[in-house]
Design a protein around this ligand. Structure first.
Ligand code: PEP
Ligand code: MG
Length: 542
């Protein structure tokens, strides 16, 4: 195994060497459903020990979060520890074990039963507890099956994370500073794990395939996210190679320093706004340090994903207000919640779908679930007086959806007006990320203040190539004539209607594509914050 090389897609620049943490998604399938009569007492003992271990781990995670200043997240883990120790849950499970059900099967069944009861409650807060119960029951079952939780949330040593699959909700659970790098079996440059890695400046190699399992037993991994490979248990000469690369990267970063806070202007005087994509209010400050002139895409679904329930209108208001204030006069585009596809939402009951990327996603879900959509729109309107906020709707296909969304926004304005709650005006734009929106951009343009092209989805829907499939690398770039034509068409429609166009898909930060996007008429490029200085340099040299 020493020296095993894993090759994949260079998903996030940079190199790192560190201890391995393997994240395995375990299927919770009890090995046995029933137990013999003579083993009841022993199995009850195993159940109690598993409860104790789970509660202890949850309490320890809460403590760590609290020490790290994440009070809100700590509260979630405290609540989970309480659920693990709930006497009613225990007596139900113990009753089933006495009736000869194995404790792991019993705890999963009782968890489901309790979750079902919570889900049926009228009270929104109580209904949202269903997932907490299910989650805790799964952790106890997992402990009984010898695994315990994967531990991503309680990672205490900075590590290179190896995983067959890393969902956005997994990435969101990792404590800050604990991920040195990601090596993932599946995925592409526009999978969300890659996007998040780039935002945080964490090296990532994705799409390495099943060979990743060869490295699961390694102690240390060296990862090169710039070149797209990783080495398990590297020899000393490889480690010194990596150290040299780290020094080179540091020198390059120093050379880009002068561009960070400069305007990006082409030689013929065209000013291009270079903004950041963020996924939480906490990223705003860092983005400004990287030279962001605004936020071109605030992926708000990450606010919803880090927790088992939905954030209230007030909590969202706080988050949007913080970002608005942080950026002051500089514009912040808040994209309304875009779940579905590869992004689950713990607080919302999402049906299993055959084709999630072609399913109930983004604006489609929001239009159907006003209790999800309206608190967000109200929170944005309320935060608007504190800065320069804009709203952007994702996954728009036509004006039917756009008008329906604007109508709900109007309803929210009226409600706030009637209540006498302070709110402000926001410009409304749409993401152009479906071929339909690009082809008919001329219909949509007169009804919005701006377009922002989501190349990640535009590529996958135009080229019929799943953005997460590691076998389709050639079809995962916006540098394809079919995609560039659609971008050109969108820019043309925008010019006609007198509105501006940005790009907030990953193409905006790709050095090879920036000249083409600028040439096509794009006025704003929004990207992972660490990519900003280089993008500004490229624009300045055009
Ligand atoms: C896109 O599709 O290009 C985009 C920016 O949105 P997301 O990556 O969040 O789907
Ligand atoms: Mg998208």
């Amino acid at each position: 195994m020493a020296g095993t090389r894993l090759t994949g897609v260079a998903a996030s620049e940079g190199v790192a060497v560190g201890p391995v943490f393997v994240h395995v998604v375990k299927e919770l399938k009890p090995e046995r459903e029933t137990i013999p009569e003579g083993e009841v007492e022993e199995e009850l003992g195993r159940f109690r020990a598993a409860v104790e271990a789970t509660a202890e781990k949850l309490a320890a995670t809460a403590e760590k979060m609290r020490e790290g200043g994440s009070e809100k997240e700590a509260g979630i883990f405290d609540a989970h520890a309480e659920i693990a120790e709930d006497p009613e849950l225990h007596s139900e499970v113990e009753g089933q074990v006495r009736a000869l059900t194995s404790p792991e099967a019993a705890v999963i069944a009782v968890g489901e039963e309790f979750a079902g009861m919570f889900a049926a409650m009228e009270d929104e807060y109580m209904a949202a507890r269903a997932d907490d119960v299910r989650d805790v029951a799964a952790q106890i079952a997992s402990e009984l099956m010898g695994g315990g939780p994967s531990g991503l949330e309680s990672l205490a040593e900075p590590s290179v994370i190896l995983a067959s699959n890393l969902a956005p909700s997994d990435t969101a659970r990792i404590p800050p500073g604990m991920a040195l790098g990601f090596v993932v079996s599946g995925g592409s440059r526009t999978s969300h794990v890659s996007i998040m890695a780039r935002s945080f400046g964490i090296p990532a190699v994705v799409g390495v395939g099943e060979e990743i399992e060869d490295a699961f037993g390694a102690g240390v991994v060296a990862i090169d996210g710039t070149e797209g490979y990783a080495v398990a248990d590297p020899e000393d000469d490889v480690i010194s190679d990596f150290e040299q690369k780290q020094r080179k990267d540091a020198a390059e970063a120093a050379a880009l320093e002068e561009y960070k806070h400069a305007d990006a202007r082409t030689s013929d005087g065209r000013r291009i706004e270079v903004a950041a994509n963020i996924g939480s209010a906490e990223e705003a400050e860092g983005a400004i340090k990287w030279g962001a002139e605004g936020v071109g895409l605030f992926r708000t679904e990450f606010l919803f994903m880090k927790r088992p329930d939905l954030p209230s209108e007030d909590e969202q208001y706080e988050a949007y207000r913080n970002v608005a204030e942080e950026f002051g006069e500089r514009p912040v585009i808040i994209r309304t919640i875009d779940v579905g596809g590869d992004k689950d939402l713990p607080g919302v009951d999402q049906p299993e779908e055959e084709n999630p990327f072609l399913g109930w996603r983004g604006i489609r879900m929001c239009l159907d679930v006003p209790e999800l959509f309206k608190p967000q729109l109200r929170a944005i309107l309320r935060a608007a007086p504190h800065g320069k906020l804009r709203i952007m709707f994702p996954m728009i296909v036509d004006n039917v959806e756009l008008r329906a969304a604007k109508e709900i926004l109007d309803e929210c304005r009226k409600e706030l007006e009637t209540e006498g709650t302070e709110y402000g005006e926001v410009e409304v734009g749409v993401m152009v990320e479906t071929p339909a929106a690009a082809i008919r951009a001329a219909d949509i343009a007169p009804e919005v203040a701006f377009f922002s092209i989501g190349t990640n989805d535009l590529v996958q829907y135009t080229l019929a190539a799943d953005r997460g499939n590691e076998r389709l690398t050639r079809l995962q770039s916006a540098d394809h004539p079919a995609v560039l034509d659609l971008i050109g068409k969108t820019c043309e429609a925008a010019r006609e209607a007198g509105i501006w166009v940005g790009v907030c898909g990953e193409a905006a930060g790709e050095p090879a594509l920036i000249p083409r996007l600028v040439e096509l008429g794009v006025a704003e490029l929004s990207m992972s914050a660490p990519s900003i200085p280089k993008a500004k340099k490229i624009v300045s040299e055009l």
